[in-house]
Write a new protein. Structure first.
Length: 466
């Protein structure tokens, strides 16, 4: 930059005067931008400048030597230490030569997703959103989980999104998982078959599990996708990282969708959907009573609601009396629900779950043993918290075997609530109850209920203190 282009501002002392040039003459040539703080008189606080030569040039315009810049670790600012205005000419000439003859092109970073694998699985709460608008590039869809009714319902919803007539045997081929496993290569042959009366076909595989032949066929179809076929697979609860689920989750043209048991929010959504179709409403007491009997299986839950709506036909509102008269118990609640209620200190929920378990023919010993395992695991994690000075969330996340994701919040609260001494007392009470139930089998239900209720009461007190 010629000396006659430098403009003097501030003090008259040439050694302390801030020099600057016309910023617009430099900034109009910018391509890449980098914020550089220049905080002295005559120069705006923030300028955007490219790295390299222009960066150095803009900084070299000033001849100040303040303590803030002298303390900086930037190499250009270390070079400016103690420099005079006249000493800048060789440096600026070299900068100009480098700018006229750049040695390399500026680096262009790749897109943020270039090195990331395709997301071939969804979280449980993301499944409905994906099914509402499926990705057209996906040719293999795996629906799996313990709730077989929900798996079947979502599979039917996805099949309807394909636009194919589901009652046409030439467009929709229905296969059983055992059939595909017995006849190796059957799925591959169907996928490679050219459709005669439609643009593509739907291959609907039901009751799949850990069949090796099915997994091998799916693996081959992920490597070489079928052009004219969509594969829809209904499966049970598949283990993570093994077999069919691992193959689908690792593929770019496949999607794995989990289907777990309905929670309270999902049950309310199903109730609202069925009531809105019938043009009815429901009292709060009736909804609470109905919700306790639902959730084990989506199709069974929907069937109970439809039966209740049919029973109350002609009414505008469903009350508690209709729910008690017609709804059955399809909640699928196990003794694990009783243990969860015990840990949370919900005495009423525990008593309901324990009574339901015993009335359905379950043994009270199962609840006692499950509670002992849970408290022993919590006792171990509590020791890790106290010895390693860690919080509950990090201990639960690193637990082995891992804690199921829907129970993590519950276990974290129990870890924060229960002390080591309190856990020891609770385990002693359970061990005594196990011994008493074996000595007096005729009083097993009463003895187990008394011991577990005592722990639930203590958990409720600890929650109130917290």
């Amino acid at each position: 930059i010629p000396r006659d282009q430098l403009v003097t501002t501030g003090s008259a002392n040439p050694e302390t005067t801030t020099k600057r040039t016309d910023i617009a003459a430099i900034l109009h040539r910018k391509t890449h931008k980098l914020q550089l703080p220049i905080h002295h008189a005559g120069v705006p606080k923030w300028h955007r400048e490219p790295p390299g030569a222009k960066h150095a040039k803009l900084f070299a315009m000033s001849s100040h030597t303040c303590s803030r810049c002298l303390r900086s670790k930037h190499p250009l600012r270390r070079e400016r230490k103690g420099a005079k205005v006249g000493e800048l000419a060789p440096f600026l000439s070299a900068v100009d030569r480098k700018e006229r003859n750049p040695s390399r092109k500026p680096f262009t970073p790749p897109p943020h997703h270039a090195n990331q694998p395709a997301m071939a699985q969804k979280k449980a709460y993301e499944v409905d959103g994906w099914l509402a608008k499926p990705d057209q590039r996906i040719s293999i869809v795996l629906l799996y989980g313990p709730d077989r009714g929900l798996v079947s319902e979502r599979a039917k919803a996805f099949a309807g999104k394909t636009g194919l007539p589901l009652d046409d045997p030439f467009s929709v081929v229905r296969l059983e998982g055992s059939e595909v496993d017995r006849d190796e290569g059957r799925l591959l042959d169907e996928a490679r078959t050219v459709p005669m009366f439609s643009d593509r076909r739907l291959l609907w595989v039901r009751n799949a599990s850990g069949q090796k032949a099915l997994a091998d066929d799916v693996k081959a179809l992920t490597a070489e996708p079928a052009r004219d076929a969509i594969i829809l697979i209904e499966a049970g609860d598949l283990k993570k990282g093994v077999g069919l689920r691992a193959i689908v989750e690792a593929a770019d043209n496949a999607m794995a969708l989990p289907c777990y048991a309905d929670e309270a929010r999902d049950i309310d959504a199903v109730i609202d959907h069925e009531l809105s179709k019938a043009g009815m409403s429901m009292t709060m007491e009736a909804r609470q009573a109905l919700r306790r009997n639902l959730g084990g299986d989506r199709l069974a839950s929907r069937g109970e609601i439809e039966k209740l709506v049919l029973y109350a036909h002609g009414q505008t509102e469903i009350g508690l009396q209709e729910v008690r008269a017609m709804s059955g118990d399809v909640s699928g609640a196990s003794f694990d629900d009783a243990v969860d209620a015990l840990l949370e200190g919900k005495i009423g929920d525990f008593d309901t779950a324990f009574t339901r378990h015993c009335q359905s023919g379950g043994q009270p010993f199962l609840v006692l043993s499950s509670a002992m395992r849970q408290l022993q695991q919590i006792q171990t994690m509590r020791g890790q918290m106290e010895s390693g000075n860690r919080n509950a969330a990090s201990v639960v996340a690193a637990a082995r075997p891992p804690v199921f994701f829907s129970r993590r919040k519950l276990v974290e609260k129990a870890l924060e609530r229960w002390s080591t001494d309190a856990l020891g007392r609770a385990l002693t009470r359970l061990q005594t109850a196990v011994l008493q139930t074996r000595r007096r089998p005729d009083l097993a239900v009463a003895l187990a209920r008394q011991a577990l209720l005592g722990i639930a009461v203590e958990s409720s007190r600890l929650a109130q203190r917290a």
